[in-house]
Design a binder for this molecule. Structure first.
Ligand code: HEC
Length: 149
């Protein structure tokens, strides 16, 4: 039985290695882009009056953000050792040299989201929420995100 589990594990690892490196990088990038959709595509635009304040859209954006942020640690587990083709941003090699520190940047984002969840009622409170969350996103980007072009 024990042997069987080891064999299964090895097979799974093998399958993971075959998964194209580019696919891993794209998956990581897509997670960040999904967060950006909530943060910049919905919340920031509303704070600027580019789209009208919409409570349901705010609540959905916060819920989606919360779900996405919870996936960062796992999604960035493997180093794809390449950037997404034509991407503006890439991951610093430091992410995988110091994965524990990278992961430690996630709970503060989750806390910032939890602190405002259900409390945003108007543009003013949305603005405050945007800043408090975005500052924590930046804390990770500062060290671990590279501008490629
Ligand atoms: C724990 C670290 C970490 C946190 C927290 C984090 N990011 Fe990122 N982010 C990265 C890394 C690394 C990259 C570069 C690699 C990539 O694009 O996948 C990145 C890239 C991005 C990009 C550029 C995507 C592109 O290529 O166009 C956006 C936009 C982004 N993040 C938004 C956010 C937002 C919004 C938050 C907060 C809700 C956030 N990130 C939180 C690590 C983080």
């Amino acid at each position: 039985m024990k042997r069987m589990i080891v064999v299964m594990g090895t097979l799974l690892l093998g399958a993971g290695a075959v998964m194209a490196q580019q696919e891993i990088a794209v998956k990581q990038d897509n997670l960040m882009r999904s967060q950006a959709k909530s943060m910049y595509g919905v919340i920031l635009k509303m704070t600027k009056g580019e789209i009208p304040y919409d409570q349901k859209a705010v609540d959905n954006a916060i819920a989606s953000l919360e779900a996405d942020v919870g996936k960062i640690a796992k999604t960035f587990e493997v180093n794809p050792k390449q950037d997404v083709v034509d991407a503006t941003y890439g991951s610093s090699p430091k992410v995988w040299q110091n994965k524990a520190d990278f992961d430690s940047k996630i709970p503060p984002v989750q806390k910032a989201i939890a602190d405002v969840k259900g409390k945003i009622k108007d543009v003013a409170s949305l603005k405050a929420a945007y800043t408090s969350i975005n500052d924590r996103c930046s804390d990770c980007h500062e060290t671990y995100r590279l501008k490629l072009k």
